[in-house]
Write a protein that binds this ligand. Structure first.
Ligand code: ZN
Length: 411
């Protein structure tokens, strides 16, 4: 059977490319692996692995080294190590309170990361793009001129059309119908692909690949700030909807007696669990922003009733909304990101009680609610993962065109 599988692999270019993809994915997600570990993980034969790794070594993407024997009999299996400097992506993030840029290497190594606070005032697209481009340029200088830059991934706090990075709406930035993909492409002067997506969708991707939801295939990621975003992983794949607008859980109508929402509706989930709801309930100005939230968390840690009561009420509404989502999606894991990651210790118990009370017992019994592992950097890491995707899906193209790419990139 093994010989047969190997023979098919050598005959078919399609199979060869799929096998290259399987190996590159394992190395990207898990870091250095022994050849025998790769055999186990991919189901490929030893000889197939040896040949395919040879292609990667030839292209300078991975290196191989003898591992020290661990007292086990037989020859030690060589360790295959992804070279983060060989293939890189640039990740950018535009969020409510900050801008961030990162350079991430093959294998997920974060080579550089810079995050700067920005004022919440609505800034023009040109101002924000110019600021981002200025911060991205030093990172681009670090990329060797050998076709090593695979692409740019961008996380935006808004509703984004995936095909062309067109931002349909970003209420917290004051943006509507912005061709952000084109504007960024011009500002950066790059020929590599630029992909854009909503930051909660990318937070979900990052937690699924490298965070609290690693190895879990049905995941609901909920991220709170001023607005509330959501990202869903269903059967191991991101749920984007027809154009990439899916997952806007913050605008599920939840309280018909509730407050007016920025989207024009009334009583959306984010009017009960977003930052402004927390501040309002704790007796702070709704516009208190990050400092206001910090004050509430300090008061709660000090045992103040107003802060604890406000957090409890937010936890209750979080649980009510999650009960509905758990019934619809039957996730194994709910990951709380952003604001919800920070308030998790204060709301965890209330959320569990509401899930017990309201969710279908069969789905409720399968789901756990945990805080994000990547915290504030989840969307940025997700943007990097999105930019790696074309390479991971078909590394053969990148092996073949490496020199051609270098020329294109410097053009
Ligand atoms: Zn709304």
């Amino acid at each position: 059977v093994t010989l047969n599988r190997d023979a098919v692999g050598q005959r078919s270019e399609t199979v060869r490319r799929a096998n290259l993809s399987a190996i590159v994915r394992e190395l990207h997600l898990h870091g250095p692996l022994s050849r025998s570990n790769l055999v186990t993980r991919t189901g490929l034969t030893r000889s197939a692995i040896r040949a395919l790794i040879g292609e990667f070594v030839g292209a300078g993407i991975v290196s191989e080294e003898r591992s020290a024997p661990l007292g086990a009999p037989g020859r030690p299996s060589p360790v295959v190590r992804p070279d983060p400097e060989s293939s890189m992506v640039v990740a950018l993030e535009i969020s409510v309170d900050s801008l961030a840029v990162a350079l991430v290497g093959f294998g997920g190594k974060v080579l550089e990361l810079e995050r700067v606070d920005r004022p919440r005032a609505h800034l023009s697209v040109d101002d924000i793009v110019a600021d981002l481009a200025d911060r991205a340029r030093p990172l681009l200088k670090r990329v060797p001129a050998t076709g090593a830059l695979l692409g740019v991934g961008v996380a935006v706090v808004g509703v984004v059309r995936r095909t062309d990075g067109f931002v349909r709406m970003a209420p917290n930035l004051g943006w509507k119908d912005v061709p952000l993909g084109d504007v960024l492409r011009r500002a950066l002067g790059l020929r590599v692909p630029i992909s854009l997506a909503n930051e909660a969708d990318l937070g979900a991707l990052a937690e699924h690949r490298r965070g609290a939801a690693a190895g879990v295939d049905d995941v609901l990621y909920i991220s709170g700030e001023v607005g509330v975003g959501g990202g869903l992983i269903v059967g191991g794949r991101p749920l984007t909807g027809a154009a990439g607008y899916g997952g806007e859980v913050g605008h599920i109508p939840i309280n018909h007696d509730g407050a007016a929402c920025r989207c024009g509706s009334v009583g959306c989930w984010e009017t009960e669990v977003g930052e402004m709801a927390l501040l309002r309930r704790a007796g702070h100005a709704q516009s208190g922003g990050r400092e206001g939230v910090e004050a509430v968390l300090r008061d709660a840690a000090g045992g103040w009733d107003a802060a604890l009561g406000a957090l409890d009420e937010v936890g209750r509404w979080l649980g009510i909304g999650l009960a509905g989502l758990v019934n619809v999606f039957n996730p194994q894991l709910v990951v709380l990101g952003g604001l919800f990651q920070r308030i998790h210790p204060f709301v965890a118990r209330t959320i569990e009680l509401e899930l017990d009370r309201l969710a279908l017992p069969v789905s409720r019994s399968l789901v756990r609610v945990v805080p994000s592992a990547l915290a504030a950097d989840a969307p940025l890491i997700g943007a990097a993962e999105m930019a790696f995707e074309a390479f991971l899906a078909d590394p053969a193209i990148w092996l073949r065109d490496r020199e051609a790419l270098a020329v294109v990139q410097s053009a």
